[in-house]
Write a protein that binds this ligand. Structure first.
Ligand code: SER
Length: 584
């Protein structure tokens, strides 16, 4: 049975049992900066588990896109995934153990037709916080699961909470017996040998765990269930790994065909990370150096590295993404309309990283050769850090490459070195504001002064609400982003150009003085990121037309600038326009 069929059957079944089908929440949680991604179906439902009324009622079901990053390093083996889809049904103070168990059992054995003999279940063994769950065990027995296949475990196995605090409770888990031989006399669902695969978790959410570690009862008794669709599809299709099901197979096969150096782990990593990246980008994710964006960046970087390991031409990436979307489109039709966007984001990021890799790997090999010479097997933190600082080779990549080469890394000091580095670069960026654009040449200096003139001119010719949102200067041109609610008219552009040129011709003097930040703001000096400036700032003024907090450097007189010309005006982002201009 294909994943999409499992999903459809699931939603249909729970709909027939009075559940409202609700849409999947985005992978990037709305209005919740405290978590990186949606990791479980219950996550968007927390307020309702706590007692708020859900507009759709007390019985809900959905499929939820989930991303769990804690196992990112494990991906490549035969089971771990970062992205997966979770099917779920919820009782919000409605049915409890008996009905939940009956429905799970019926769905597994009657809808999916899994033979009862294949099923084992686990229940909570009880402790000082919550009694042994004999009720659930009896329900299972009533359904036809023999006593010997009902196991009791403690909080480590049969208790569910998302994170450290919040709604939680004992759970009952269902396991599928793959038919593999038992690993020993004591082989049971809790063991890791692969004979038993967990297929579904019913959480009886009736407690709230507080920060001090104590539990109190929730207002209502809830049921929260989760069934991973890839795993279920794998079992029903009699496959060994999720990478063998239809959602991954086309990409896995294509990778095999393209690889000059085929390694199954690398193919899995590429296929898994590509799918996760596609899903994240479709939900608005973009690579960056922080939080969510950094996870996406890591996924794309790791994928790129393993494409290299497979010796696959990176120009194939676009086709691979298309193939991947093709495999996913039935489950997520939205991907089709986002195809170009997704390709562009992944390929741009890959290009950036590939450059880093080339220089970094060379250096890494040198480090390795040196270690070998010295008969050592551990890469020291100073080297890890140097690889990053000088070659942009990220520590997680060093760790990966090290492991592939049978080396270990000494991460102990790395965190400390990174903190110091962050401090330094923070100071560096303060300095940048204070001390001007590092390495600024004569041409850049001129453009820098022209930026101030343009900033001042727009306030006269377009609107006093035009404020600088960013700028980028090279020796050849300037780019200036500013807040503005409309596309500039030709007249506005002309007027702006004329005004800047008028000021240039007026041979205005450029001066600076140092003052307290507050004082500068009071004096009406323009600035972009007030909170980022140090307490003492430099204020540059150009005649009487412009006054800005700025680190310089600037020309001393506007007559040095020559002729100012706008070459392009376009949208930059919502409410922000971008001007490209040159001095000739
Ligand atoms: N919240 C539980 C889990 O993630 C059941 O859905 O396993």
């Amino acid at each position: 049975m294909k994943a999409i069929e499992i999903r459809n059957k699931y939603l249909e079944y729970f709909k027939s049992k009075g559940h409202a089908v609700i849409p999947s929440a985005p992978l990037i949680p709305e209005n919740d900066p405290s978590v990186l991604f949606t990791t479980a179906g219950m996550q968007p439902l927390v307020p309702y588990l706590l007692g708020e009324k859900h507009p759709e009622g007390t019985r809900l079901t959905d499929y939820q896109k989930c991303l769990r990053t804690n196992d990112i390093d494990e991906v490549g083996d035969n089971r771990h995934l970062t992205y997966f889809e979770m099917l779920g049904n919820w009782s919000l103070g409605d049915y409890f153990k008996e009905e939940a168990v009956a429905m799970s059992f019926e769905f597994l054995t009657k809808v999916l037709n899994i033979p009862v003999e294949k099923l084992s279940v686990t229940c909570f063994a009880g402790d000082e916080d919550c009694p042994k769950d004999t009720v659930t065990a009896e329900c299972w027995e009533k359904m036809g699961i023999p006593k010997e296949r009902i196991y009791f475990y403690g909080k480590d196995d049969n208790w569910w909470i998302a994170g450290e605090t919040g709604p939680c409770g004992s759970d009952t888990e269902m396991f599928y017996d793959t038919g593999k031989p038992a690993c020993g006399q004591n082989c049971q669902p809790s063991c890791d040998c692969g004979k038993y695969v967990e297929i579904w978790n019913n959480v009886f959410m009736e407690y709230f765990k507080h920060e001090d570690g104590t539990y109190t009862k929730l207002k209502q008794q809830n049921v929260d269930t989760g069934l991973g669709i890839e795993r279920m599809a794998m079992l029903l299709q009699g496959k060994e790994t999720p990478f063998d099901i239809e959602l991954f197979k086309p990409v896995m096969d294509k990778l095999k065909e393209l690889a000059k150096n085929d390694e199954i782990e690398s193919r899995r990593i590429v296929a898994e990370h590509m799918r996760a990246s596609i899903m994240l980008i479709a939900d608005g994710g973009r690579p960056s150096n922080v939080d969510r964006g950094y996870i996406l960046r890591r996924l794309i970087r790791r994928m790129t590295r393993h494409l290299n390991k497979l010796q696959i031409d990176l120009n194939e990436l676009g086709n691979l993404i298309e193939l991947n979307i093709e495999a996913l489109k039935e489950m997520y039709p939205i991907l089709l309309s986002k195809k170009d966007e997704i390709k562009e984001v992944i390929i741009t990021e890959k290009d950036k990283f590939q450059k880093t890799l080339i220089s970094g790997e060379k250096e890494f090999n040198k480090v390795m050769a040196k270690l070998k010479q010295e008969g050592k097997t551990t890469i020291e933190s100073a080297d890890i850090f140097r690889l990053y600082e000088t070659f942009g080779f990220p520590p997680e990549v060093t760790k990966d490459v090290a492991a592939e080469n049978g080396l270990t890394v000494n991460m102990d000091e790395v965190d400390k070195l990174f903190k110091e580095h962050q401090e330094k670069s923070k100071m560096g960026s303060d300095k940048k504001f204070k001390g001007g654009l590092a390495g600024t040449g004569e041409e850049e200096t001129k453009y820098h002064t022209a930026t101030h003139l343009l900033n001042a001119a727009l306030k006269v010719t377009v609107s006093k609400d035009c404020h600088q949102k960013g700028s980028n200067i090279t020796a050849e041109r300037m780019r200036f982003d500013f807040s503005c609610d409309h596309k500039l008219t030709d007249e506005e552009k002309k007027k702006t150009e004329d005004l800047v040129n008028k000021w240039i011709q007026e041979e205005l003097e450029v001066k600076f003085e140092t003052m307290q930040k507050e004082e500068a703001v009071k004096s009406g000096a323009e600035c972009m990121f007030i909170e980022k400036y140090p307490d003492e700032v430099t204020v540059y003024s150009i005649g009487t037309v412009s006054k800005e907090i700025c680190g310089g450097p600037h020309v001393t007189n506007t007559k040095e600038l020559g002729h100012f010309k706008i070459v392009k005006e376009e949208a930059s982002s919502a409410g922000v326009r971008r001007i490209k201009a040159i001095l000739e």
